[in-house]
Design a protein. Structure first.
Lengths: 409, 275, 312
């Protein structure tokens, strides 16, 4: 019926309201055929509702859904060339594994059931479990059955609703790679809903970060991580240090800082110059103008952000050895914790309290103990700038939203 | 002297529980024993001598097996009726919202919270005044009425505990609404429906009070036993009582043995595969 | 039902005719009502309507030959209450005693099955339920044998002087147990014991065994664990069990008839004989109406005080 080549998904002005509550604000999304697309967000952000509207399990209040160029908004779930891997799998408890996988094929009256189910069970390495019941399988095995049950139908689009949420950490890591492998192999469009940013980083080609029923930012995971557009994205995707600062002056690019490979694209736009910021305590920070979301006007309030692993730590006594041209902040170690691969420091600085720094455990500096005076320094090209006013508004918005009803979430 | 006391104190729950179990099963033992009695006179209350006469001729008393057959027939039809009506109602209640939800729920709850004799007398009053002839049909109507609530409760609990995502998964896998119902909803609700049906059968077969008011001159098995308590109790009553008990326990044991063997076989097969 | 509409339904999405009296959506919305209808109708016609009808019967006068007419004859209630209040009180008393006994006897067994039985759990459950499969009338008759006048049970009780005590309390007579209040309460307890054990078991079974360990870890002695953890958590079972025992016991007449004498007649016996033998339908209706009202009032009061109204 359908080829194993994926179709593209196009959501046009789609929204969902339940009474007075708006789960999804009118939304515009284009998911290219054959891509691995992730919807990332906290619970209640509207990502699952969006997925269910694609599946046909939820009727959109406004807007249309099209699959491979065909408007399917009015098609009921059982007529859409789309299959879903449900949260907690929803395997039929009264059917064995074989019949679970064969379910969709039988409903469509396809003849080569035996062949296709057998192949699919082999693909997910469950060939010798065909006659077991779902409850006799482990969580990881059930997850693979759910995947096989959906994939065997060769849908144009595969929808995954928190498919790895119920697995333990090790298994989750393995299944992430497995899912990515299968997606590459079958070439179907995957739309994946999750609240786990690590899953997104490992698997997705494109991520839409959702918050409060809206898409906050859309892009490749690495882009979103390196250059988050909002405070929400900066915090939800990994950890960010955000330092309140004010634009002191706009200067021509110094051009002497070496630029990391993944921000290569920014190099050309560095022509836009650098912003020199002043933070509390008088510290001066340099921020490439192209990496700042706020307009580059002198006196403008911004939040200067930097990821914890980009920062190097030096003991105050060694401050002289730090190369010139790097952003510096002084501070005192408030806390340190050893996490195996790295050590995590929490540093109180006059510029901002509670800055987080990850130092790889290559050679551990024994002088970096709680109470020690240190200098934090990093390549200015790794700094990103966020609009402080917009951040304040977002915060107020979030507080308003979680005020009356958000306690339970 | 103190050791036994300490033992008793530690095992008080076990001792008390087993004593209760004894209290519960003693009458069945007596029924079994007295099915081999050969009483003098009409009543089978005191032990005389061992005899297997009643076992070799269980239908040897007039009307006994006829009443048994009638009770089985009524129980079957009542089970069928109550299960079909009750399952429909339970699905409607579990899946949809109604305006008169509270009223509907009370209408279902009240028959279970009402002394049987109240339902019995009121229904008989209605039949009497409508000029309905008492007999098979009045008994059947009454039995379906009081079994209905139990079926609804059992099925509704099962449907409510069912993950709604299972039906969504079926729809997602190309099953139309009727197919979803037949292939997923109904099989998963089956244990609840079976429980309701079994309960209905047991309740209907063993019902005396409501039947007594609504039977007219028709005699079901419990009514036969009731009558015999006045006229004289034939040993065959004990034979049938014991046989019913043994058949039921046999079914339970057979089901358990079959279930046990299946899981064991599966375990063996999978362990072989692993090695 | 949905067949003919299905093919057409999905296509209709754009502008559609504004008025369509019985469109697919309306028809779909009516489905639950059609499902609900037969069962509800059955209960309305054969359960609710008879209760209303009975209320009107209780206010009728007349005789079988001339027919009965509603004459708003409230004195039937007064007469019935005056004449049969001993049986009324006896019913409540016997049912209460049987319920208390069921709780005392049933709790240890339910506890045993839920927490201590291990692999015997299923066997014990079968033993609790299996006696059901023999007709309850046959089993009740067996108590006539067990409690027979010169039988082993009565002889043992007599030689242990238990019967002297119970006779002193007025629940047995001389060296007899049969045809005394004790025999009737004993029979009621026996008959309704499973209705106590099963709800108790199902609420105890849900109690997490680790709670006992947690309580013990927090310095509770076994008795305290029971009082502060197990018992409160099993309260829904206790409430359901007492209701399931008390209600049928209060309306029962089989045990009083088979195991008691004329001095142990309960209200059920009166209703039965008024209805089936004396053919005084207004009195029978009034009595059963009073019984229903009394039980509903008691149950409501009980649920209020035990704080488990959601059971209703």
């Amino acid at each position: 019926m359908t080829e194993s080549f994926g179709g593209d998904v196009r959501l046009t002005g789609i929204s969902k309201t339940y009474g007075a509550f708006t789960a999804v604000h009118p939304l515009q999304l284009d998911i290219p055929a054959g891509s691995f697309f992730a919807l990332l967000g906290a619970s209640g952000c509207g990502k699952t509702t969006t997925l269910r509207m694609i599946a046909g399990l939820e009727e959109p209040t406004t807007g249309t859904v099209s699959l491979a160029g065909r408007d399917v908004t009015a098609l009921p779930a059982h007529k859409r060339p789309v299959n879903t891997v449900f949260q907690n799998y929803a395997l039929f408890p009264h059917l064995d594994i074989y019949e679970n996988v064969a379910f969709g094929l039988r409903r469509r009256g396809i003849r080569s059931v035996k062949q296709r189910v057998g192949d699919m069970l082999d693909l997910v390495q469950l060939g010798d479990h065909a006659r077991r019941r779902p409850h006799q399988l482990s969580g990881g095995q059930q997850q693979r059955v759910a995947l096989a049950r959906a994939l065997v139908n060769r849908p144009q689009v595969l929808l995954l609703d928190e498919p790895l949420g119920a697995l333990d950490l090790k298994l989750r890591r393995r299944m992430q790679l497995e899912l990515k492998r299968i997606q590459t192999e079958v070439g179907i469009t995957f739309v994946h809903v999750t609240h786990d940013q690590e899953e997104v980083m490992t698997m997705a080609d494109t991520v839409a970060v959702m918050n409060g029923g809206c898409v906050e930012q859309l892009g490749a995971p690495a882009d979103l991580y390196e250059n988050p557009g909002t405070v929400f994205v900066a915090d939800f995707l990994g950890t960010s240090n955000l330092i309140a600062a004010e634009v002191a002056e706009v200067v021509e690019s110094a051009g002497l800082v070496e630029v990391a490979e993944h921000v290569e694209a920014d190099r050309s736009s560095r022509a836009g110059g650098d912003l020199v910021l002043t933070a509390a305590g008088g510290a001066k920070l340099t921020l490439p103008a192209a990496r700042c979301r706020a307009s580059a006007r002198t006196g403008r309030k911004v939040l200067a952000g930097v990821r914890p692993e980009k920062i190097s730590l030096a003991h105050a006594a060694d401050a002289a050895a730090i190369p010139a041209g790097r952003n510096r902040l002084t501070g005192r170690i408030a806390d340190s914790s050893f996490t195996g691969v790295s050590t995590q420091y929490v540093i109180d600085s006059p510029a901002a309290a509670g800055l987080v720094v990850y130092e790889q455990n290559i050679e551990r500096n024994t002088r970096l103990r709680p109470g020690a005076e240190v200098v934090l320094h990093w390549n200015p090209a790794h700094t990103f700038g966020l609009d402080a006013d917009q951040a304040r508004e977002a915060k107020a918005e979030a507080a308003r939203r979680s005020g009356p009803s958000g306690a339970g979430n | 002297m103190r050791a036994p006391w300490r033992w008793l104190r530690r095992n008080l729950v076990v001792v008390a529980g087993l004593a209760t179990l004894g209290y519960l099963t003693l009458p069945n033992a007596v029924v079994l024993l007295f099915s081999f009695n050969d009483p003098d006179g009409r009543f089978n209350y005191t032990w005389q001598r061992f005899s297997t006469d009643a076992w070799t001729d269980p239908c040897g008393v007039a009307d006994l097996c006829g009443s048994l057959g009638l009770s089985l027939r009524i129980a079957l039809w009542a089970t069928l009726g109550a299960t079909v009506l009750g399952t429909m109602t339970a699905f409607a209640l579990a899946r949809h919202r109604f305006r008169a939800r509270t009223a509907v729920n009370s209408l279902i709850f009240l028959p279970m919270a009402m002394p049987e004799i109240v339902m019995a007398a009121s229904l008989a009053t209605l039949f009497l005044n409508m000029g309905v002839r008492f007999g098979f049909w009045t008994i059947l109507i009454a039995h379906i009425m009081f079994c209905l609530s139990f079926v609804i409760t059992a099925v509704k609990a099962r449907v409510l505990s069912m993950d709604p995502r299972l039906e969504q998964a079926a729809r997602d896998l190309y099953a139309s609404p009727p197919q979803t119902f037949l292939r997923v909803t109904l099989p998963i609700a089956a244990p609840g429906i079976a429980a309701g049906a079994l309960l209905s059968f047991a309740l209907s077969f063993d019902d005396f009070i409501i039947t007594n008011f609504n039977a007219g001159s028709t005699v079901t098995f419990p009514m036969y036993v009731w009558g015999s308590a006045q006229r004289g109790t034939p040993v065959q009553i004990n034979v049938i009582g014991t046989a019913m008990f043994l058949v039921a326990v046999g079914c339970v044991l057979a089901a358990r043995v079959a279930g046990g063997r299946r899981t064991r076989n599966k375990a063996r097969r999978s362990s072989r595969r692993r090695s | 039902m949905l067949g003919p509409v299905r093919g057409r339904g999905p296509a209709v999405r754009g502008p559609r005719p504004p008025v369509r009296p019985l469109g697919p959506a309306t028809r779909k919305r009516l489905v639950p009502y059609w499902l609900l209808l037969p069962g509800m109708l059955w209960l309305l016609v054969f359960f609710a309507a008879p209760l209303v009808y009975q209320a009107s019967t209780s206010l009728q006068t007349g005789s079988l030959e001339e027919g009965f007419r509603v004459t708003w004859h409230f004195s039937t209630y007064a007469d019935a209450l005056a004449r049969y209040s001993p049986q009324f009180l006896r019913s409540v008393g016997y049912a209460a005693a049987a319920t208390a006994l069921c709780l005392v006897l049933g709790y240890p067994l339910a506890y045993l099955i839920a927490f201590k039985a291990g692999r015997w759990r299923n066997v014990l459950m079968v033993l609790v339920i299996a006696p059901f499969f023999t007709s309850f009338l046959i089993r009740t008759l067996a108590w006539k044998t067990i409690l027979a006048d010169r039988g082993p049970v009565v002889s043992a009780l007599g030689s242990l002087h238990v019967l002297d005590v119970t006779s002193g309390l007025g629940i047995t007579e001389g060296d007899r147990v049969l045809a005394t209040p004790l025999a009737v309460v004993c029979g009621l307890t026996y008959n309704f014991l499973p209705f106590m054990i099963l709800p108790l078991y199902s609420s105890l079974e849900r109690v997490d065994g680790r709670l006992h360990e947690a309580a013990a870890d927090l310095y509770a002695r076994p008795a305290t664990i029971f009082r502060k953890v197990t018992l409160p958590l099993s309260m829904p079972g206790v409430v359901a069990g007492t209701l399931l025992t008390f209600i049928p016991a209060a309306g029962d007449y089989v045990n009083a008839e088979l195991l008691g004498s004329t001095d142990q007649k309960m209200i059920g016996n009166v209703i039965q004989s008024q209805f089936l033998r004396v053919l005084d339908y207004p009195t029978a209706a009034a009595l059963s109406f009073l019984l229903m009202a009394a039980i509903l009032a008691m149950v409501t009061l009980y649920l209020r005080t035990s704080g488990t109204e959601e059971l209703l």
